[in-house]
Write a protein that binds this ligand. Sequence first.
Ligand code: NAP
Length: 315
Amino acid sequence: MDRTSRIYVAGHRGLAGSAICRCLRAKGFANLVLRDHAQLDLRMQSDVDAFFSSEKPEYVFVAAAKVGGILANSTYPADFLRDNLAIELNVIDAAYRNGVKKLEFLGSSCIYPRHAPQPMREECLLSGALEPTNEWYAIAKITGIKLAQAYRRQYGFRAISLMPTNLYGPGDNFDLQSAHVLPALLRKAHEARANNAPEMIVWGSGTPRREFLHVNDLAEAAVFLMLHYDEAEIINVGTGTDISIRELAELISRVAGYQGRLAFDASKPDGPPRKLLDVSRLQALGWKPRIGLEEGVAQTFQWFLEQERKALVTT
Ligand SMILES: NC(=O)c1ccc[n+]([C@@H]2O[C@H](COP(=O)([O-])OP(=O)(O)OC[C@H]3O[C@@H](n4cnc5c(N)ncnc54)[C@H](OP(=O)(O)O)[C@@H]3O)[C@@H](O)[C@H]2O)c1
């Protein structure tokens, strides 16, 4: 991939896709071919074929997916499975048939078995039963990985797959109905401070440990791997360190300036006790993240405040 290459980022308005575009542009890769969901529905095979045959991108990042939390997954299992399978199949197949030089598929750490030994190594893929709450999404993502590997094996198509850990950062979803834990806590702490609330409720016991990667670091890794990695095996992308939900809530309270009490609602589900990626393969290639968690959360909080200000101006 060089500065003049035609690069298609599928899902460029999403959390990961928008960060990949920012990162590419910052590094001088300016020849981006972009279509949002309304312009190109990646579930529609003939539209995807027509796009690839007219635009002829040379490099493809697949950051488009139907993404959602536990509730969405359990309410719409058919949609999660069908939409993600269709997106992956249409994009990977059209990319191969239209001479794309290299494709990078974004998976997720939820592809690993529910009881995978921690930290989770790439080898534990398909070694046990999945977490039932998101199995529809996970099965679709595993199929995407297998498609990439099958096209590489049968056709020599240069497709790679990376498995990011939990992401956060500018562009995140702060809607309390559907947000992931980190942006949800940021919003709650902000509102608790604004309302002088004596306590802030945190779901679960606070003991589970999770890993968080700033989306700008994910984008750096995605570009690094496009340039320097060309193997069939999947590769984990994370920080290699985790934090308990209690510690995270304390950190977020500090950042948001909330000084009230944290109350843990143990009636809400905790999920697995620990989810941490083994990132030794990525580190052995010479890549590591740059943004520390407190710095990243503070920067994300500033972005959130900025969006709030903009929303106030327009209403
Ligand atoms: N966020 C995380 O913590 C995380 C962690 C690990 C891995 N990942 C992976 O990273 C990838 C991107 O996730 P994300 O968090 O960036 O999700 P996101 O913010 O929801 O972005 C997904 C993008 O895909 C687009 N899209 C969905 N369906 C489409 C369709 N049928 N046609 C065209 N575009 C479509 C969406 O457009 P609309 O919004 O217009 O539908 C959106 O721009 C996923 O593969 C996910 O598994 C994310």
